[in-house]
Design a protein around this ligand. Structure first.
Ligand SMILES: [Zn+2]
Length: 442
């Protein structure tokens, strides 16, 4: 396979504003031509993408890499391979590693380790030292390295004064904070959603108020400080409605939902299967349906995976003792298609907005910050001169999720056995294939 020139032939191309039938020629990592019936230059490789939609490579705002510190569960290499197989060309590494990503030296280390990965690895810095929620981390020195997103994810910055000062600091640096919304007192001890199923199963639950109360408070802090804030993995429809109303009033806020909150409900916990334990917890069917409606109505900015690998010794234990979290990168695309209503009449512009363009904009992966971190522009239009970060998705061939097909080191996917409506056929990172015909090539 020539790595210099590749012609993607016979597909639908999902641009930023329209979907057209076109061929795409990539030369030296950059889109060189977009037109019908392009001839392959001499030496170019030709990829048949008939039946596929070609769009910008997907961008995940929320990946737990586990490296450094828990390489048994996942490494940058294995996570980025899973990401590429899922159509991703960039992922945002959450800072809850060991050590926590709360200083320039750890940021530089993860960025360096990510250079040889199968997708670009952007790094989120911690808001507070050690993600302990007390003193602010040196955000300025991390921002110098191109860090644009700061979060204590895994933990909520629950002290309102600390969060206020973080937002003021972030505003001065022109970076974005992201909150994991979970009131530790209201959520304390809850291992699933508090409702009929938790009563029936005899498991302690946590109410949606544990999430919505922090959302409401932080929207107040954004109004007070004028800083930009992104809300991670919102699971309660009321949380999304609060954020959407604030955004409509002009506040600089965005939010994401995770694929599992759009496709699984709390009834899945019936067999005490720890693969369905996640934070925030799976919600009741009626709330899942409302969340889907909000997604389709455009109230949610991005779908982000919250990819959370766990080695079997932390998952193959009783439900209440298991670590929360599930795999996400490889199947988020198919699950988002399901949430949007399936491949028939699929809104391809919305799909790539949710999975690529808006996440790239929220993470600022298209400007000077990104170049400072040594990355190329993500989430772009399919236009001449754009970096060739692309995926080709086969809309006509479903994927069966199997244990053997999981590229992560951990296997904690609740979707094994399920059939998803689409298949990632090819992924190109800066013009170089990372996935060809559904198989990882590097
Ligand atoms: Zn989180």
């Amino acid at each position: 396979m020539s790595e210099r020139a590749i012609l993607l032939k016979g597909g639908l191309v999902a641009g930023a504003r329209a979907v057209d039938r076109n061929d795409v020629l990539v030369v030296d990592g950059v889109i060189a031509a977009v037109a019908l019936d392009l001839a392959a230059p001499e030496g170019a490789a030709v990829l048949d993408v008939s039946g596929c939609v070609v769009g910008p490579g997907l961008v995940d705002l929320h990946t737990h890499l586990r490296e450094p510190g828990d390489e048994e569960a996942e490494t940058i290499e294995s996570a980025s391979r899973a990401a590429a197989l899922g159509g991703y060309t960039a992922i945002m590494a959450m800072p809850n590693t060991e050590p926590a990503c709360d200083s320039a030296s750890v940021v530089a280390d993860v960025l360096a380790r990510g250079r040889s990965a199968s997708c670009e690895v952007a790094v989120a810095g911690a808001i507070t030292v050690g993600r302990e929620g007390r003193s602010l981390a040196p955000m300025a020195e991390m921002a110098e390295l191109g860090v644009t997103l700061f979060t204590d994810d895994g933990a909520c910055v629950h002290d309102g004064d600390v969060m206020r000062r973080a937002l003021e600091y972030a505003k001065g640096l022109s970076v974005t904070c992201a909150q994991h919304c979970e009131d530790p007192a209201l959520a304390a001890g809850g291992v699933m959603h508090e409702g009929a199923w938790s009563s029936m199963l005899g498991l302690p639950g946590q109410p949606t108020l544990a999430e919505t109360s922090i959302v409401a408070r932080d929207l107040g802090l954004v109004a007070l400080t004028g800083a930009t804030l992104h809300f991670l993995h919102l699971s309660a429809p009321e949380s999304v409605r609060l954020v959407a109303a604030a955004r409509d009033r002009g506040l600089p806020v965005t939010c994401e939902a995770a694929p599992h909150h759009l496709t699984l409900d709390d009834a899945q916990c019936v067999n005490y299967d720890p693969r369905f334990k996640v934070n925030p917890p799976l919600r009741p069917t009626v709330l899942v349906a409302e969340l889907i409606e909000l997604l389709r109505a455009g109230a949610i900015d991005a779908v982000a995976t919250d990819h959370a690998p766990h080695a079997s010794e932390r998952k193959d234990v009783p439900f209440d003792e298991a670590s929360p979290g599930m795999l996400g990168l490889q199947h988020a695309l198919g699950l988002t298609v399901v949430a949007l209503g399936g491949t028939e009449r699929l809104d391809l512009l919305a799909l790539f907005d949710l999975l690529s363009r808006r996440p790239a904009a929220i993470a600022r992966l298209r400007g000077a910050d990104e170049r400072r971190a040594g990355h190329s522009a993500q989430g772009g239009d399919i236009e001449v001169g754009e970096a060739a970060n692309l995926c080709a998705i086969d809309l006509e061939s479903p994927t069966v999720v199997t244990d053997a097909s999981i590229a992560s080191r951990s296997k904690n996917s609740p979707y094994v056995g399920r059939t998803l409506p689409v298949t990632v056929r090819h992924t190109l990172l800066r013009g170089v294939p990372t996935v060809l015909d559904g198989a990882a090539v590097r």
